[in-house]
Design a protein around this ligand. Structure first.
Ligand code: UDP
Ligand code: MG
Length: 139
């Protein structure tokens, strides 16, 4: 297994609900190290650029409106097998299907307002880290 970096976002719903600390505690308890972080309020255009891969989806308009609705905390995490492990710690996209103890089971309100983002593969992690932290080393 290799040390990897991945991008997570504590989304506007979880920031507004006061769960930044709870979620970072879960990252740290799972041996993820924070290597960069920015509190941002995305413009609609920035949210659209970040989620460009979903442009053709029916939920794109609503998702990018939600993601630009308030402050979000963008974080680069580092750890062993970080990309896949983060996805496990996050839980399923729809909190109704998320396993007990996962971040989305604990803190997500709906399939859209689902508390956290996590990169889903090395290629997307590279794109997403570069989107918010230009120049950051991939590892
Ligand atoms: N999303 C949504 N409706 C859907 C599927 C996804 O609103 O039917 C939102 C949700 O916020 C999700 C994001 O779009 O986190 C990106 O979707 P993706 O399928 O990439 O899920 P993720 O990788 O975040 O689990
Ligand atoms: Mg995704």
């Amino acid at each position: 297994m290799a040390t990897e970096r991945t991008l997570t976002i504590i989304k506007p719903d979880a920031v507004a609900a006061g769960h930044i600390g709870d979620i970072i505690k879960i990252f740290e308890a799972n041996q993820f190290k924070i290597v960069a972080a920015r509190l941002v309020k995305l413009t609609k255009k920035e949210a659209e650029g970040f989620y460009a891969v979903h442009r053709s989806k029916g939920f794109f308009e609503s998702l990018t409106t939600f993601m630009s609705s308030g402050s979000a905390l963008v974080i680069v995490l580092e750890g062993e097998n970080a990309i896949l492990r983060l996805r496990e710690v996050m839980g399923a996209t729809n909190p109704a299907n998320a396993a007990p103890g996962t971040i989305r089971k604990l803190y997500a309100a709906s399939i859209e307002s689902n508390a956290v983002h996590g990169s889903d593969a090395p290629e997307t992690a590279a794109y997403e880290m570069g989107y918010f932290f230009p120049g950051i080393a991939l590892i």
